[in-house]
Design a protein. Structure first.
Length: 94
């Protein structure tokens, strides 16, 4: 399967959302990357079930994290952004 076809299939499976930030991806304008959900270095396979489409920005910011971990961290950042200024119970990972 060619890259563009794989991106199209992945986005259909993901409801046109980035696997990491879960915000919309527009095939026509967004830079899109395909990555392993479970990295090959951690036992992930080169298999269609182990690929996900992400915004290029989201994928580059995750470093070497598993995509599932990157998704959790993105959700945390969204909560922190929304509630981070509310005292006394600001979100933290400590």
């Amino acid at each position: 399967m060619e890259r563009s076809e794989l991106i199209h299939v992945l986005l259909q499976q993901q409801n046109n959302m980035c696997f990491i930030c879960e915000k919309p991806i527009d095939e026509a304008i967004d830079q899109i990357e395909i990555d392993h959900i479970i990295p090959r270095a951690k036992g992930g396979k080169d298999d269609d079930n182990n690929y996900a489409a992400t915004h290029a920005f989201c994928n580059r910011n995750k470093s070497d994290s598993d995509l599932r971990v990157a998704r959790c961290l993105a959700k945390y950042d969204q909560v922190k952004e929304k509630f981070g200024t509310q005292l006394p119970n600001r979100p933290n990972l400590a």
